[in-house]
Design a protein around this ligand. Sequence first.
Ligand code: FAD
Length: 369
Amino acid sequence: MMYDYLIVGAGLFGAVFSYEATKQGKTCLVIDKRHHIGGNIYTEKQAGIDVHKYGAHIFHTNSKKIWDYVNQFAAFNRFTNTPIANYHGDIYNLPFNMNTFHQLWGVVTPDEAKEVIERQKQQAGVTHPTNLEEQAISLVGTDIYEKLIKGYTEKQWGRLATELPAFIIKRLPVRFTYDNNYFNDRYQGIPTEGYTHIIEQMLEKSDVRLGIDFFDDKDHYQQLAKKTVFTGMIDQYFDYVDGTLDYRSLRFETELKPISNYQGNAVVNYTDSDTPYTRIIEHKHFNFGTQPDTIITKEYPSDWKKGDEPYYPINDEKNNALYLKYKQRAEKETNVIFGGRLATYKYYDMHQVIGAALETAERALSHDQ
Ligand code: FAD
């Protein structure tokens, strides 16, 4: 049988596209090289707890349309992301807000906090930041930079802040209210049955084959359908002809602890440079779990080389220019649609992927009527 669409990647982009296509009576074959659906939002039950296998995933959006869309597939709880920072055993609230400033300096009012930040910015005397350290100090002063930004950022990028370009930090949100909510969006939560359950429903009417790498037999898989939706790495699709796009990778270390509560919060960032990981996630707190045991994951940033999991694109000038070359090739490719974070070389939050997949599906399906 000839499918209407071959969808490479059972992640969020591929799943939304296949849901929209099958809803309109199209047939879809979805393949994924992993042995599970869901891509990076995959959650797996362990000891009764939904474990976010590829890092903490908190759904948030300002769009009522996107919020209503995901709510068709899941009930969401009232989880609000309120991460904390651990700097050498001292605890600070994030994002930077009045609670943080009180913890740092004992200040109580917004004017007092503004005065400290302004004084530190003046004392640093940075007028033209030439690197990330100078940029951060010019935005929030020395204390916040030293305790909450420096170590974390250096671990994230694997380089000293003085060797990182200033453009990485364009702005640093500073809030002069006692508000620990990490996101500003109107809607936020965690699906009570896990993210995988959402993807299962989206893929219900598609044929799904797992453990299949498209590149093992690209021509064969493409011949199975009239059109391909490709959500893998765009440079790999073109056999790296123009060069390899760079990424940062992550390593996750997950442990079951025979205690009910390990750290009292879903996300704790380690902002010193001595601790080798950037954060610890305690999965049960995403769902207010009351299980007798707990599961934690330590997240270690790492360099990336071909074959490693590509997590974060490095959108510097060199890589963006290279991506543009691949994008031009993609535009000439007939009957192939490129979408999702890997095929567009872009960091996308989940709500953005859904928005992009809905737009892409609408455009593609209106042509195919
Ligand atoms: P993916 O999920 O990567 O799906 C692509 C799929 O294609 C994968 O399953 C892959 O195996 C498959 N594939 C690739 N190549 C091939 C091939 N050759 N053959 C077959 N299959 C292939 N977003 C939020 O909104 N909130 C958060 O809190 C949040 N936290 C995050 C934390 C981390 C650590 C990371 C890395 C991302 C986070 N995100 C978050 C972003 C979120 O993960 C993405 O928006 C989403 O997963 C992107 O979906 P996708 O379908 O584009 O890509």
